[in-house]
Design a protein around this ligand. Structure first.
Ligand SMILES: Cc1cc2nc3c(=O)[nH]c(=O)nc-3n(C[C@H](O)[C@H](O)[C@H](O)COP(=O)(O)OP(=O)(O)OC[C@H]3O[C@@H](n4cnc5c(N)ncnc54)[C@H](O)[C@@H]3O)c2cc1C
Ligand code: HEM
Length: 403
């Protein structure tokens, strides 16, 4: 709880902080990286350049402050805390680093808001920061302990035992532990951080969902992010697709992620777009092995059959289930590629109203944020309650603009 005098100050200054949130975090990152260049490796430099991480950090701090001082904050706080903690844990964020972030973040608030930041305002926002930090540190400590992970050495060596082309620009890498250890415990829907040293020497990590696992191996499925003339090619996905092959070593974190399949009996609806199919594929694979009687409706949107990754994996797992239905929408329908395809295929975009949603379904979505917003609106109109809709974002969640 925020002390009452600080709550008053935070309530009064929240609109100014919210209005300047991304400027504040822009100042923050610039100053922090200047003083601590070693932290550049930890942060995704692509998200720094495109501004997404700035918006995510600012959005989360403003949402947390709102949660503290207003009765009806718009963001589900526990969900936000859990998502950030899992992401941090996959990257090995450590308690002592909160002191560095706190210092540069509060300095940036003072720099951007100028004279408005009196000592009292500074103290009030410092309390907000440390309340948030304390909750995150505690949650991360629990995650590290459960994963038996030492945050000072978050990565283990793995070896690629198979590389497979999945679809246009998309590969799967099957990996086995290279340190004699076992495949760590994990739940369908979780991801690992993959750390690579890029040709320019920069070390970078990205998250990749475990798209399938066996007792001895894990599989990740990577889509190469292409630049569009104005933006560059994705650094890590391009490296993995262009340079990694069977026999190569890769460093992987323990599995983390809180958007995981439950153990309920209720029907499952999995809605995905593009490479967002990876968590759904993992869930279907798992269910086919351990609970083949569960009702599953798998709904997928893709550009065309050529870009549709893991189609065969999903179809093979689905064929081992008693009540599995698949519906696919392609923006560009390539008739020839669909010959003999038993799955229901349509052209255009997913029409939620056309989905045969089983009653009391639990829904998992993964795809671009605008896609998921549109699907969520359709699901709510169709009577699915918000608490039964779960989603994964393949980038920083923005915690503003809602859904
Ligand atoms: C939980 C989670 C699970 C994920 N699972 C998967 C998965 O299973 N499979 C998968 O393929 N991906 C997955 N991802 C996405 C993955 O982690 C990476 O984000 C993705 O591969 C892109 O990384 P990159 O290094 O190639 O691109 P980056 O280099 O990080 O670039 C990202 C974007 O920023 C743009 N950008 C970079 N620099 C600039 C600049 N200077 N100016 C403007 N724009 C710029 C790039 O053009 C690109 O569009 C997942 C992400 C998360 C968070
Ligand atoms: C109270 C303090 C902090 C808050 C509120 C915070 C908030 C966030 C948020 C909202 C995200 C995006 C999560 C998502 O993917 O949706 C994030 C990611 C991240 N955070 Fe933090 N964070 C804090 C402290 C720290 C610290 C101390 C470090 C370590 C120096 C750190 C390092 C990172 C990194 C490396 C990422 C991933 C960046 C990326 O993928 O671009 N954070 N954090």
């Amino acid at each position: 709880m925020l002390s009452s005098d600080h709550a008053e100050i935070v309530r009064a200054t929240l609109p100014a902080v919210a209005a300047h949130g991304t400027r504040i975090t822009g100042e923050f990152y610039a100053a922090m990286f200047a003083a601590h260049p070693e932290l550049r490796n930890l942060f995704n430099q692509g998200n720094q350049a495109n501004g997404e991480q700035r918006r995510a950090l600012a959005g989360s701090v403003v949402a947390f402050a709102e949660h503290l001082v207003t009765a009806d904050s718009t963001v589900p706080f526990q969900q936000m805390l859990s998502r950030i903690a899992h992401k941090h844990a996959s990257l090995g964020v450590r308690p002592e680093q909160y002191t560095i972030v706190g210092r540069y973040l509060l300095d940036a608030v003072a720099k951007v808001l100028g004279d408005a930041v009196t000592p009292e305002v500074h103290a009030a926002w410092s309390e907000v920061y440390w309340l948030f930090a304390t909750l995150l540190v505690a949650e991360e400590a629990r995650l590290y302990q459960d994963a038996m992970c030492d945050p000072t050495a978050p990565y283990r060596p793995w070896r690629v035992v198979e590389r497979r082309d999945e679809a246009q620009d998309t590969i799967s890498l099957v990996l086995a532990p290279a340190d004699g250890g076992e495949v760590p415990s994990h739940r369908p829907g979780q991801y690992v951080s993959v750390a690579v040293t890029l040709p320019d020497g920069l070390r970078q990590s990205r998250q990749y969902t475990l798209s399938r696992t066996t007792d001895d191996t894990v599989q990740i499925t990577v889509r190469r992010v292409r630049g569009d003339g104005r933006t560059p090619d994705g650094a890590v996905s391009t490296f993995l697709v262009a340079h990694v092959s069977t026999g190569d070593g890769l460093e992987l974190s323990a599995p983390f992620g809180d958007v995981v399949m439950d153990d309920e009996e209720s029907p499952l609806v999995l809605v995905s777009a593009g490479i967002g199919i990876t968590p759904a594929a993992a869930m279907i694979d798992h269910l086919a092995a351990v609970r083949p009687g569960r009702t599953v409706l798998a709904v997928h949107a893709d550009r065309s059959p050529r870009t549709h990754a893991l189609r065969d994996q999903v179809a093979a797992a689905g064929s081992n289930m008693a009540d599995f239905r698949q519906m696919t929408w392609y923006e560009e329908l390539d008739g020839a590629a669909l010959e003999g395809d038993a799955a229901m295929v349509r052209s255009g975009r997913i029409e939620v109203a056309a989905l045969p949603l089983p009653p009391k379904s639990r829904v998992f979505m993964c795809g671009p944020i605008p896609f998921m917003r549109e699907i969520r609106r359709g699901l709510i109109r169709a009577g699915v309650t918000d608490e039964r809709i779960h989603y994964e974002v393949f980038g920083p969640d923005l915690w503003n603009g809602g859904g």
